[in-house]
Ligand binder design. Structure first.
Ligand code: NAD
Ligand code: TYD
Length: 349
């Protein structure tokens, strides 16, 4: 794990991962490939702009020539694939983009990794790869679909995605699996629950509610607000990925979660009270079509097999997160001016 291609490293989790790796793995050389869509933001990387261990490349994961050139130039031994269209609400209005970025983009990276890492790339029966190489697919618990009141997702829960976003992530996971089964490519798949923390784009629940609270705008809660998500502080997701890279068995799926189930409305009220605002800001709006009711992760495999555990309680993680957004109002202002305004108008009217 010395020369790592990180895709989507200007987005929320990817940029946190870049910071995490530079702190915890000082030997690692990182190349960060990101197309800078609306969700990619170089301000997330401003503090490490002059760090020689991190190289930013502006480009698209679907550009096979570029991806192959990067493999030739940097001789990666590891790929950590974050780049994706990641927002469920946008997938309802633009499903095609989700399929091309999330499925075709993943296949482009897998093909380049196979070509560069296979000892005999032209022998279709050979399954021998350079030692120590690994492709890690950052996936999501949403591929499992929705739960009722009871139970949790395990790695053997059938894939049953409900939104175009989760369907595209599930499709990508299946292509990753096929590259392992057919070609023997050493892969890992991680499926994490909802993340929160610094640098998250304010289209997602927690930063959107913090921003709207700060600016005294209505807080749009979908349906009855009783949908449940299993929240994990982003740094814990990063440490779990690093653990899978170091210790995960090739071809395996690892669920990542911290046993933190919360109803949306609880989170909204926690943010309101932390910022000293009034619950009158809450505005119940029409529900999201096909809205998954509940997600919950059984993290038994990664905790018992690999010894990973989260470092942050929900209370600590939320306190850190709210403090970060309070201290970075300029970061938020830059994002919420311009194109964000028209997205917000279209989405919430
Ligand atoms: P994000 O939307 O904040 O960031 C995505 C990044 O990918 C952006 O920087 C964007 O510019 C880049 N990108 C998009 N299309 C690209 C392309 N064609 N080529 C190159 N770069 C491209 O997303 P996030 O929340 O940081 O999620 C990262 C990954 O983690 C995704 O794969 C997502 O499915 C997965 N995930 C997210 C969560 C969560 O709660 N946010 C939970 C589990 C898994
Ligand atoms: P989100 O952050 O979009 O993540 P995901 O849909 O991938 O879980 O949404 C988290 C939950 O919050 C989900 O149940 C939808 C809900 N939600 C609202 O109620 N209002 C909002 O404005 C947003 C963005 C989300």
């Amino acid at each position: 794990m010395n020369r790592i291609l990180i895709t989507g490293g200007a987005g929320f989790i990817g940029s946190n991962f870049v910071h995490y790796m530079l702190q915890r793995f000082p030997e690692a050389q990182l190349v960060n490939l990101d197309a800078l869509t609306y969700a990619g933001n170089l301000e997330n990387l401003a503090d490490i702009a002059s760090d020689p261990r991190h190289r930013f490349v502006h480009g698209d994961i679907r550009d096979a020539a570029l991806v192959n050139r990067l493999f030739d130039e940097f001789d990666f031994d590891t790929v950590v694939h974050f780049a994706a269209e990641s927002h469920v609400d946008r997938s309802i209005t633009e499903p095609e983009l989700f399929l091309t970025t999330n499925v075709v983009g993943t296949q482009t990276l897998l093909e380049a990794a196979k070509r560069h890492w296979k000892i005999a790339p032209d022998d279709k029966y050979s399954r021998e790869y350079r030692p120590g190489v690994r492709y890690l697919q950052v996936s999501t618990d949403e591929v499992y679909g929705a739960l009722g009141r009871e139970g949790k997702f395990t790695e053997t829960t059938p894939i049953s995605p409900n939104s175009p976003y989760s369907a595209s992530k599930a499709g990508a996971d299946l292509v990753v699996r096929a590259y392992h089964e057919t070609f023997g490519l050493p892969v890992s798949i991680t499926r994490c629950s909802n993340n929160y923390g610094p640098y998250q784009f304010p289209e997602k629940l927690i930063p959107l509610m913090i921003h709207n609270c700060q600016t005294d705008q209505p807080l749009p809660v979908y349906g009855d607000g009783m949908q449940i998500r299993d929240w994990l502080y982003v740094e814990d997701h990063c440490s779990a990925i690093a653990t899978v890279l170091e210790k995960g068995r090739p071809g395996e799926v690892y669920n990542i979660g911290g046993n933190n189930e919360k109803a949306n409305i609880e989170i909204v009220k926690l943010i309101i009270h932390s910022l000293g605002k009034s619950e009158d800001l809450i505005k119940y709006v029409k529900d999201r079509p096909g809205h998954d009711r509940r997600y919950a992760i059984d993290n038994g495999k990664i905790t018992s097999e690999l010894g990973w555990k989260p470092a942050y309680t929900f209370e600590d993680g939320m306190a850190k997160t709210i403090a970060w957004y309070m201290e970075h109002t300029e970061w938020m202002e830059h994002i919420t001016s311009g194109a964000y305004q028209s997205y917000y108008q279209k989405m919430y009217g």
